[in-house]
Design a protein around this ligand. Sequence first.
Ligand code: SF4
Length: 344
Amino acid sequence: MTKTGPIPAALVSLDALERAGLADPADRSTLEAVAEEFRVRISPAMAAVGSAGVRAQFVPDVRELRVVPEELADPIGDGAHSPVAGLTHRYSDRAILHATQTCEVYCRFCFRRETVGETGHLAEAEFGRVLEYLRSTPAVREVIFTGGDPLVLSARRLASMLDRLEGLGTLEVLRFHTRVPVVAPEKVTEALVAVLDRALPVWLVIHTNHPDEITPGAAAALRRLSRAGVPLLSQTVLLKGVNADVDTLEALFRALIRNRVKPYYLHHPDLAKGTGHFRVTLEEGQAIVAALRGRLTGIAQPVYVLDIPGGHGKVPVGPGYLRRAQEHWIVTDPQGCDHVYRDL
Ligand code: SF4
């Protein structure tokens, strides 16, 4: 048996970041202003990686203080579609459950950065009202546990919530959106995996943005999950200074399929406050996605999507390969060459 030492603590203060060499004491006064505005937490696994593409996601940056009027506190409109506390019901067949606001890391680009933090988990009475709403709304067939990060909850608490959701008898699928298997893989314990292996299918969508996040520990956690038959998808945010180039994304998506994770969504960055330094244009995003199409196997291609600001939903944003030309279509191949196609 391999001997492991105690797991180091997460870095949650500027003092801790400076001691770890992740922040410069010379920047202290400006970073204090950032940390007052947006929470700081870097998990031991991510602090140990420390590469530029990983650090940029978690280490506070003075540019976060630049907020433009178009940036929103709730960019995708969670609040506008919340029938009861803790639940967002935007699309008829599925609803998002905010079981906690806590995360193992606080990402500097997070679109829920105004709400995430150690503010406690969804109270039992609130969960009761969520169950009542779902009971009276059988059109909802899928419940999506999301951020904060639902896998910070104990296996026992999760089992209790999942049992009662299953007991409604109206759901077909349960889904988790989480960074835990990558940023805190030691939390993917056998007890947690056992909770996810149940009668109703539980799908896991892993949020990961850089190939350096797929450490041996993360790979082992993903293996534990796939062995239990949990279908694994990924979501990635396109971020300048982290992954907004073809080589980095190719390496990430290849690493994911090697670990039995199907790349699902590539998100255009949301208009969250103080995140302008991460933002790319839609045209830049489309060019990267077009280049990936020529290079990567189909199973490693995510869909490039934009969450329309204000809560109007998520749509694919290209690039397009098809355009109308009078009586026929012009189709562009992955190398950029056009071809005529006619409907018969
Ligand atoms: S909700 Fe997700 S993206 Fe936001 S801070 Fe938590 S882990 Fe990061």
